[in-house]
Structure formats: structure tokens, C-alpha cells
Design a protein around this ligand. Structure first.
Ligand code: GLN
Ligand code: ZN
Length: 446
């Protein structure tokens, strides 16, 4: 029997439909139809002898060789930079307790600070504008003006509501991985490369085919604009290296850990540029951190070693007073808690509403480990954003009460479970109003 080595459920259908892919890159890829073609060719070779498939074998060898020797795939400046990474680059200058003092002095946030996870509703209007830009019916300048208008509105009403750390809303993003991949070299995108992600949902993951490099800043323009419109801290918003890797098709000619480090260096440059542009809170999203864990437990330590190192490489260039946040959606944290703490973020936000804060048990001090507990700040989500239901302030305050049983007051941030891009403005406004009210209620109690 000759068969493909993986289920075809996990590869896109047909490379032949990709009319916009770079021709050379296309020569290095095979989707389901192409894999089946190869199965047929191999079968024929076995039945009729190699001579019968000489042309196909030659073409295949040529493709492999061109990829091995391509200077578009292997970029000396990327390998040189990776070789130059030092242990210091994976470490913040000071330990968390000292950073906390510097951040308090700079940000002057109240107890139980409020924030959101990044995105605001991707309304039909937002998607229409992006589509018009894509079809070149709208100029880049016009598009930027429109997005700036949305950012202005978002800032105004976040200030009115009384949120403490603001976000610009991610209106410019199609997707949290694609948006960045499109601006990095080494990435390609398909028109029809859909695969099932979970349930009936599909995604078209980017393809990482070459060394990853960040030619120019990716988000600084939007974050700097947003910060210029408010005196409150504006949170910069990036997708982390592990999630960028995990939600893409990854080249198979080098270890995933090395690809991840290349991405980490690209994100590191973005973090440094955001800080230089006056952004003092930077969130590096890693919702795919846990799902990257290998199936076999014996392989966990290796994965956690390089994935934590990549996050730290991406986020550690900043000064003590710059606060690094990370966000992880829903995950089982119990068995990877040491690695989560090792990320050394100043604040982590997670999804805890549906579990009624039970997930926080992993972050609470435990007698077995000498009573330590998670060393930094945590934003346990108090609004389940997967549902259109709008919770009131009392429900949120109750959840926060449960969080206070597990954490110290100084550790607790108040935020929704995740980004709000799938919600409607009619839900977002009252829910965030309640969220701010819940935080204020807690401040009065503390
Ligand atoms: N910053 C992203 C957003 O708000 C995070 C999304 C995610 O964690 N999946 O949309
Ligand atoms: Zn999330």
C-alpha cells in the first residue's frame, strides 16, 4: 500500500487553485491533490520501474535542491543574528518586584486596574473598508483616516467609561496571525488554503517557507497614533512568537524551535520600537502556548524550554518601567505553572468566567511548593465574551470576590475573558461599564 503520511483533513485541498502564490514557493509545496498525485506517481514507479517516472523524480529533486540552496529561504543576516543571541537578551534587566515599583511610579494605576484584551467589534463597516482597500477601491490614505477615526471614537468612550489602560481596538487587523505574517518576510498566504480548526470552524493558516525577518515596524504607526490621542496608558498589542508559529504551516527543513526564535527576534524589534515610540504597556498574546505541548509527556520539557525562551527573547528588551502583559485565553495551567511563571511577564490575563475562577487555583499559593503562588499580576476574565449575554456589575464583582480568595489584591486586574472582536457594540458598552463599576466597588471594599 502506498499512502500519504498524514490525514488529508489537515492540509488544504489544491495548490493548483493558488494563482497568487509566488511561483518558486509554489514549487516547494504540496496540498492534498498534489500529495495524492505523488502517491500515484510512486505507485506507478513501483509497478513499472523508476524509468517510468523519471521526469517526475527529476522535477521533485530539482525542487528540493532549489529550496536547499535558495538565498530567499536561507538568509545569512537571519542566521547571523540568531547566532548572536546572548542569555542576557532572554532576561529582563531586573526581577519582577523591582520592575513593579518602577511601573507603579510611572503608570500610577489604581488598585484593581481595568483594561481590555485588545480588539473591539469587527463590524461589517470595518470589514467593508478593509475589503475596499484590498480591491483598491479605497486608497491607503483614505483607509488610514477611517481607521484613525474609529480609534479616536474608541479612545473617547474608553476614557468616558473610566478604563485605566486603554487599547486602540485592532480595527486594522484581519486576524492576529495573518496581520503580522503579511508584514514579515518568509511568510506566504493562500487564497483557498482552508483547513478545519475545530468543530465547523475553518482557518487558512499562513505558510512559513523561509527565514523570518521584519523589514519595517508593523504596529507602531497605530499604537503611536492612539497614544498621541490620550494621556492614559495605551497598550501596544502584538501576537507572540509561539502563537505565530503554532497557527501557521511551518517549514520542515529546520527545527520548529529555530523558526520560533526567528519570529521572536522580529517581535523583539517591534517591542523595542513600541517602547521607543512612548508605549509603556505592551501585550504579547500567546493563546496557543499550551496547545503547542507535545502529545508525549517526555517531550514537554524540551518544548517548554524553547517556547518560554522565545517569549522572553521577544519581550525582554524593555526597561523596568515598561510593563509586559501576556494573554492566553482558556488553558489548563496546573501542569505548566512553572513555565507560565518563567515567562516573566508582568501581567497575564486569562479566561476564567466559565470556570468561576477555578482556573486560578493554579496561580494561588500552594503549600506543596512552599506557599509561593504566581509571582506577578493576573487579570482573571470576568466577562464570558463567547456569549452575547451582557453580565452586570454584581456578577463581575462576585467573580472578583472569588479571585480575591485565591490571589492578593495587588495582583488582580479587571478585564474581559478575551478580545471583543466578535461582540457587538451594544454588548460591549454596557458590559465594560459594569466592569468598571465592579472594579470601583472592589476598591471601596479593599
Ligand atoms: N489581542 C487579541 C484580541 O483581543 C487576543 C485574541 C486572542 O487571544 N485569541 O483579539
Ligand atoms: Zn483570548
Amino acid at each position: 500500500m502506498v499512502a500519504p503520511s498524514c490525514s488529508l483533513l489537515h492540509v488544504p485541498v489544491d495548490l493548483g487553485q493558488e494563482t497568487k502564490l509566488d511561483r518558486e514557493v509554489k514549487g516547494w509545496l504540496a496540498f492534498a491533490v498534489q500529495k495524492l498525485d505523488e502517491v500515484a506517481v510512486l505507485t506507478r514507479g513501483l509497478d513499472e520501474g523508476e524509468a517510468a517516472i523519471a521526469a517526475q523524480l527529476q522535477a521533485s529533486d530539482a525542487a528540493v535542491r532549489s529550496r536547499q540552496t535558495s538565498t530567499r529561504v536561507h538568509r545569512p543576516e537571519v542566521s547571523a543574528r540568531l547566532a548572536g543571541v546572548t542569555a542576557d537578551m532572554e532576561r529582563r534587566a531586573s526581577a519582577y518586584p523591582q520592575r513593579r515599583l518602577a511601573q507603579q511610579a510611572k503608570l500610577r494605576l489604581p488598585l484593581f486596574p481595568t483594561t481590555t484584551i485588545g480588539s473591539f467589534p469587527q463590524t461589517p463597516e470595518v470589514r467593508r473598508a478593509r475589503a475596499a482597500l484590498g480591491r483598491t477601491e479605497m486608497s491607503a490614505a483614505e483607509y488610514e483616516k477611517i481607521v484613525e477615526g474609529w480609534i479616536d471614537d474608541a479612545i473617547r468612550w474608553q476614557e468616558e467609561l473610566g478604563l485605566d489602560v486603554l487599547v486602540h481596538g485592532e480595527f486594522e487587523r484581519n486576524d492576529m496571525v495573518k496581520y503580522f505574517g503579511e508584514q514579515l518576510s518568509g511568510y506566504a498566504f493562500t487564497q483557498h488554503g482552508w483547513v478545519q480548526s475545530y468543530g465547523s470552524r475553518c482557518v487558512a493558516p499562513p505558510i512559513i517557507w523561509g527565514d523570518v525577518l521584519r523589514p519595517v515596524p508593523m504596529t507602531v504607526r497605530w499604537s503611536a497614533y492612539a497614544q498621541s490621542r490620550t494621556s492614559r496608558p495605551m497598550k501596544g498589542m502584538l501576537t507572540g512568537p509561539v502563537t505565530m508559529l503554532q497557527w501557521s504551516f511551518v517549514r520542515d527543513d529546520m527545527p520548529r524551535a529555530v523558526v520560533c526564535r526567528q519570529i521572536a527576534l522580529a517581535i523583539r524589534d517591534e517591542v523595542a520600537d513600541l517602547e521607543a515610540a512612548g508605549i509603556t504597556v505592551i501585550q504579547v498574546d500567546e493563546p496557543a502556548f499550551r496547545e503547542g505541548l507535545p502529545l508525549r509527556h517526555v517531550d514537554w520539557a524540551e518544548y517548554l524550554g524553547w517556547s518560554v525562551a522565545c517569549f522572553r527573547l521577544a519581550s525582554s528588551s524593555v526597561g523596568d518601567a515598561t510593563s509586559i502583559h501576556t494573554h492566553m485565553c482558556y488553558a489548563e495551567f496546573n501542569d505548566i505553572m512553572a513555565a507560565i511563571a518563567d515567562l516573566d511577564a508582568d501581567v497575564i490575563s486569562i479566561e476564567t468566567t466559565r470556570s468561576r475562577m477555578e482556573l486560578l487555583d493554579a496561580f494561588a499559593p500552594r503549600q506543596e511548593d512552599g506557599g509561593g503562588g504566581y509571582p506577578a499580576e493576573i487579570g482573571p476574565g470576568v466577562w464570558d465574551i463567547h456569549s452575547p449575554r451582557v453580565p452586570d456589575a454584581q456578577e463581575m464583582a462576585e467573580l472578583l470576590g472569588l479571585a480575591r480568595q485565591r490571589l492578593e489584591d495587588w495582583q488582580i486586574w479587571v478585564n474581559p475573558d478575551c478580545g471583543l472582536k466578535t461582540r457587538k457594540w451594544e454588548e460591549v458598552r454596557p458590559a465594560l461599564e459594569s466592569l468598571v463599576a465592579a472594579a470601583r466597588h472592589l476598591r471601596r471594599q479593599a
